[in-house]
Ligand binder design. Structure first.
Ligand code: PGA
Length: 243
């Protein structure tokens, strides 16, 4: 909740321009904006195969009297392909539980939106050495009810809550350790093949400076970028790591 409509469109226009000139690989940028920007972004993104659009949340119901809410079908109808679900700020400030997020995931998938499903432990949980258990239950309760075909449409984002917007990044080793654990859990639930094909993003104070090290880890497939995505140059420089 940072930019007004015109600011958001201006930022996205810059991003598209820089992606065109600077991105030479097969990497994909997904820009997940506030609802108000989605339609404008989708228009600008038309014909750009390296940039997709997503929302930052969606309601769990198909439709109905939920004043102020936005459905997966509405999001899909403006041309978005993705939706972030379970961002730690949604969990923390809006009380979103794993159980609720399982429903949101089902609804998003039923409208052919790809969920970017966020998991991650708080500082307190890490200090109490509970981080593996937390990750395990977020996966088990949030997404492991899906069958293999459905699960294959998901992107998983590991975001240690203590690293989001704080300037503190997980070290590459800390992040890799959890990413490998996530992949192992997916392999145990589905198969090694599904686990290997799953995109697992790291999020939390990712910058052009620390991205090369993070993305060099074998189980880190990309980033979920918050603060740095408000500067087109930084966002595209992070994306450029995959050139
Ligand atoms: P940050 O945010 O990159 O500013 O830490 C990450 C996020 O919001 O998921």
């Amino acid at each position: 909740m940072n930019l007004d409509y015109n600011e958001g469109i201006a930022l996205f226009t810059e991003v598209i321009g820089l992606v065109k000139t600077d991105i030479t690989g097969t990497q994909e940028a997904v820009v997940c904006s506030p609802f108000i920007h989605l339609q404008g972004l989708a228009q600008l993104a038309k014909g750009h195969n390296k940039v997709s659009i997503g929302a930052q949340n969606a309601h769990q119901a198909e439709a109905g009297a939920y004043t102020g809410e936005i459905s997966a079908r509405m999001i899909k109808s403006v041309g978005a392909a993705y939706v972030i679900l379970g961002h730690s700020e949604r969990r923390q400030y809006f009380g979103e539980s794993n159980e609720l997020l399982a429903k949101k995931t089902d609804m998003a998938l039923s409208h052919d939106l790809k969920p970017i499903f966020c998991i991650g432990e708080t500082l307190q949980e890490r200090e109490a050495n509970q981080h593996f258990d937390i990750i395990k239950s977020q996966l088990a309760e949030g997404v492991f009810h899906l069958d293999e075909a459905q699960f294959s449409k998901l992107v998983i984002a590991y975001e240690p809550v203590w690293a989001i917007g704080t300037g503190v990044t997980a070290s590459s080793d800390q992040a890799q350790e959890i990413h490998a654990f996530i992949r192992k859990e997916i392999a145990a639930k589905y198969s090694q093949q599904v686990a290997d094909a799953t995109t697992i993003l790291y999020g939390g104070s990712c910058t052009p400076k620390n991205a090369p090290d993070l993305f060099a880890q074998p189980d880190i497939d990309g980033g979920l970028i918050g603060g740095a995505s408000l500067k087109s140059r930084d966002f595209v420089d992070i994306l450029k790591v995959f050139n």
